[in-house]
Design a protein around this ligand. Structure first.
Ligand code: SF4
Length: 72
């Protein structure tokens, strides 16, 4: 199941709206609510209770940032 979740997450790239470091990070996933609002979820927060699942936006600097490279 985690494999399919990761594949799904890779497709959920956020729109470039916040000017946030998260928009270019491999760990982000865009979540759209039923009301149409979009939130940036940091997947590290799901594994690490000491890390925010929904970091306040925009994130300007993050020590755990890893650059997302789109598949070719
Ligand atoms: S690791 Fe940092 S930059 Fe990447 S999604 Fe999480 S909070 Fe954003």
């Amino acid at each position: 199941m985690s494999g399919s979740e990761e594949g799904h997450a890779a497709e959920e790239r956020p729109p470039r709206r916040w000017g946030s470091r998260c928009e270019d990070c491999v760990h982000v996933r865009a979540i759209t609510s039923g009301k149409g609002s979009t939130f940036l979820l940091c997947r590290l927060g799901a594994e690490d209770p000491g890390w925010p699942k929904y970091p306040p936006q925009p994130v300007v600097h993050c020590p755990r940032f890893e650059c997302y490279v789109p598949p070719r």
